[in-house]
Design a binder for this molecule. Structure first.
Ligand code: ATP
Length: 510
């Protein structure tokens, strides 16, 4: 219990009693020169003592690094390995001894590894090394060029270079152009120079080009191109699939000037044709012969939607009167679904593509008569003129039945120029069947009179007579819309759409 007498005296701070305490030196002593000299002498003594100790252990330890190097000539691999191991052990012992006396370890086994092993044999790192070597070479070349330029610089105060120096700015321009600022792909052009004018032009072009590309991407998202449909249309098709209108859309039937026509099927039994109107304005410009005069269509994109609806309305009118045409199924925005004209998933060919050599004269004549009947019925029963009728818009099914398609531009008889369009349709049809060699075709005037029940005469040009007739017989109402035929057409279209609209389910609650 000796410690109990005064526990604080011997081990007040938990220190071990056998720890050798550093001698307490006063600050004045530390600052004194004498003390510093003493310390220096003491360190020297300690060093000498330590060297002696090493000599006793290993002999002469003043061995330089060079002495460690091996002469491996004539040695087998095993001998080299053993020699290396010996050197390694020896240096490790020395290092340990030094460490035990000084507390510092200098241990570097890397230097004993054969050179080839230090380098990795992985291909990646080889590549890195190669790349590095190539880059070094390139920059060495550039440095050399720069150096030669430097040598050429005039001496004296005028030799100082500013950022306005053509060489400096040229190089900086090139660096900006080819490395960071530029969004255009330029390739690797390190070290070239660009003068300010070219640089500014390039930057301006790069800016406008990136803007243009952004616009282009946006357009592509929205546009219906030749072989694909835009995202909105795709969504609409998915919606119709979900609603069970059809269960698959499996390919393109044809791509026309103004649309892409896709094939859809329901339970692999019923086929549909989906006509997706192109939404690019260039196509639109081509198609519209009379809407172009209509100043209300400030935004032509809005008009594009009308074509699908117009075709749907005209098909509805024609189908109602039993004309041979696709049955309209659905319409939304620029997409129209109609029945498919063809057999076994194969679209019926257009009259233009029919292999007529396999048709007899009578059969050809029968085809003409069907076309003639279609024209008459369209006019008399549906009060429509096709306005783009030709061998391209008449399909022939395997049972030799003619179907009329592409009626988006078909117009109501009240259109002030409907008779002129009818005249053009007649010319197209007669020209085609004349080429086919069909005998005893009616003249233009005869067919015109047959369709319209008007009495045009043979010895005058049909179109001149039609112009005159339209002028004389324009009603007071039509005269009002004289300069804007599309106004009238649209009015008619809107009336018809209103009449066909199903009663709103909300009506009874209002
Ligand atoms: N209901 C349909 N059934 C089968 N094929 C169809 C149908 N509708 C259109 N097609 C095919 O798609 C093609 C293009 O259709 P349509 O003529 O209506 O489009 P378009 O863009 O007006 O073409 P174009 O400018 O060449 O007249 C037609 O020639 C026809 O081969």
């Amino acid at each position: 219990m000796a410690n109990c007498d005064n526990p604080w005296k011997k081990n007040a701070w938990g220190k071990k009693e056998d720890v050798v305490e550093e001698p307490v030196v006063s600050f004045i002593d530390v600052m004194s020169e004498e003390y510093i000299e003493d310390m220096g002498a003491q360190e020297k003594l300690e060093e000498e003592r330590y060297m002696k100790q090493l000599e006793q252990m290993f002999g002469d330890t003043s061995t330089s690094d060079d002495q460690f190097s091996l002469n491996t000539e004539g040695m087998t691999d095993e001998e080299v390995a053993m020699a290396l191991q010996r050197h390694f052990d020896r240096e490790q012992d020395v290092a340990r001894a030094v460490a035990s006396s000084s507390g510092v370890v200098h241990f570097a086994p890397d230097r004993y590894l054969p050179k080839t092993l230090q380098e990795t044999d992985s291909e990646e790192e080889d590549d890195d090394a190669l790349r590095q070597a190539a880059t070094d070479l390139l920059y060495a070349k550039l440095d050399a060029e720069n150096a030669s330029e430097t040598r050429l610089r005039p001496e004296g105060t005028s030799a100082s270079r500013t950022k306005h120096d053509t060489g400096v700015s040229g190089r900086r321009n090139a660096d900006k152009t080819f490395n960071d600022r530029n969004t255009l792909p330029t390739g690797d052009m390190v070290g070239d120079k660009l003068n300010n004018k070219v640089f500014n032009k390039l930057m301006a072009f790069s800016k406008s080009e990136s803007k243009r590309q952004m616009r282009q991407n946006d357009k592509e998202e929205k546009a219906t191109t030749d072989t694909s449909v835009d995202n909105d249309t795709r969504l609409l098709l998915y919606k119709w699939i979900n609603q069970g209108v059809f269960d698959s859309v499996d390919g393109i039937i044809a791509t026309g000037k103004e649309s892409a026509v896709l094939h859809a099927a329901q339970h692999s039994a019923t086929s549909y044709a989906i006509k997706v109107y192109k939404t690019t304005l260039s196509e639109f410009k081509n198609r519209s012969e009379y809407v172009k005069d209509d100043f209300r269509f400030k935004n032509p994109r809005g008009v594009l939607k009308i074509w699908a609806e117009r075709e749907f309305m005209n098909l509805t009118r024609m189908a109602k009167h039993g004309l041979p045409c696709p049955q309209p199924i659905k319409v939304r925005r620029n997409v129209l679904v109609m029945s498919f004209v063809g057999a076994d998933g194969l679209a019926a060919p257009r009259l233009k593509n029919v292999e007529w050599e396999f048709f007899t004269d009578e059969e050809r004549r029968a085809v003409f008569e069907q076309v003639q009947t279609i024209m008459c019925r369209m006019y008399k029963e549906c009060l429509l003129v096709h306005a783009d009728l030709s061998e391209f818009n008449l399909l022939l099914t395997p049972d030799n039945k003619v179907h009329v398609i592409d009626v988006s531009q078909a117009m109501d008889l009240s259109h002030p120029r409907s008779l002129q369009f009818l005249t053009r349709d007649i010319q197209n049809v007669i020209a085609f069947f004349t080429r086919l060699g069909v005998q005893n075709l009616p003249t233009h005037v005869q067919l015109f009179n047959l369709i319209t029940d008007l009495e045009m005469v043979e010895d005058h040009d049909l179109l001149v007579q039609v112009e005159q007739f339209s002028e004389e017989n324009r009603s007071a109402d039509l005269r009002h819309d004289k300069s804007r035929p599309a106004d009238m057409e649209l009015k008619k279209y809107s009336e018809e759409k209103k009449a066909n609209r199903e009663p709103s389910p909300a009506r009874e609650y209002n």
